[in-house]
Design a protein. Structure first.
Length: 267
């Protein structure tokens, strides 16, 4: 009899073109405020700076917005469903007999599922603690903690921004899905090896795979900015400006690997 693999390996990659995060970047291009690495756009209208916006305040606001968009917080929306699925799966496993599956030790599966659920709950609370006092469903102007004049202008600009078209990026797994992909590190490695069997690509993914135990999740926020930039938002998020041609290329995954290395340095 062999044991099913129960390695604690639940890390994943969340990749999204998040409107709330992109709004923070768009604000810079409208006003002209430059905050490294976002310092390659034009001067802008200076309206927010005249109202009191500065680089430090913007950076703190961006960080808060990004923390509220952590994919680990999605657990709150699906926890009840996950618990029901786990209950059904446990009932199924309990119904199995050694005669039906003589080579599998089913007793080792149940603790693994319990650990997986406990891990997800732990990650949810870790992310929620960082996101406090803002909430995931709050709009970006509501997360502004500076002066009221800037907040009022942000509220007006948020209304304008919502009427703009959304820049779409092709999904990694499903061409029809444009919002969020979540992959296990192991599945990512296997998928990359299957769809593009080049030495460079495989080496990048294998290097990325080594960080799975040091980073519980990687939130990649694809942003619309005129030049290529990476912006780390510890503990688990990175903002990347990419073209649709670059997305999921070797160059893209090199940038992701660089971001992962940078985030683990903060840990």
């Amino acid at each position: 009899m062999f044991e099913l693999d129960t390695e604690e390996d639940w890390g994943g990659i969340s990749e999204t073109n998040n409107r709330k995060v992109n709004f923070c970047i768009w604000i810079l291009t409208v006003d002209g405020l430059q905050v490294p690495p976002f310092n390659q756009h034009s001067e802008g209208n200076n309206v927010l700076r005249d109202a009191g916006l500065n680089a430090q305040q913007w950076q703190e606001w961006l960080t808060q917005v990004v923390l509220t968009q952590d994919a680990r917080l999605e657990l709150s929306d699906s926890l009840e469903q996950k618990q029901e699925q786990l209950r059904q799966f446990r009932a199924y496993l309990n119904s199995q007999t050694s005669e039906q599956f003589p080579l599998i030790n089913w007793s080792n599966v149940l603790p693994s599922d319990d650990k997986s659920m406990c891990w997800e709950i732990k990650q949810y609370y870790l992310a929620a603690e960082l996101a406090y006092p803002s909430c995931r469903n709050c709009e970006p102007p509501g997360m502004w903690t500076g002066n009221l004049r800037v907040r009022h202008l942000l509220t007006q600009l948020w209304q304008d921004y919502q009427s703009l078209p959304v820049k779409r990026f092709q999904s990694f797994l499903d061409p029809n899905q444009q919002v969020l992909d979540s992959l296990l590190w192991d599945n990512l490695l296997k998928l990359g090896r299957r769809i593009l069997a080049t030495a460079e690509y495989y080496t990048i993914l294998k290097s990325l795979h080594r960080y799975k135990t040091r980073l519980p999740i990687l939130n990649i926020h694809l942003i619309d900015y005129p030049v290529s930039v990476e912006c780390l938002v510890p503990p688990v998020s990175v903002l990347l400006s990419v073209t649709t041609q670059e997305l999921h290329s070797c160059g893209y995954w090199k940038r992701v690997l660089k971001a992962v290395k940078g985030l683990t340095d903060f840990a």
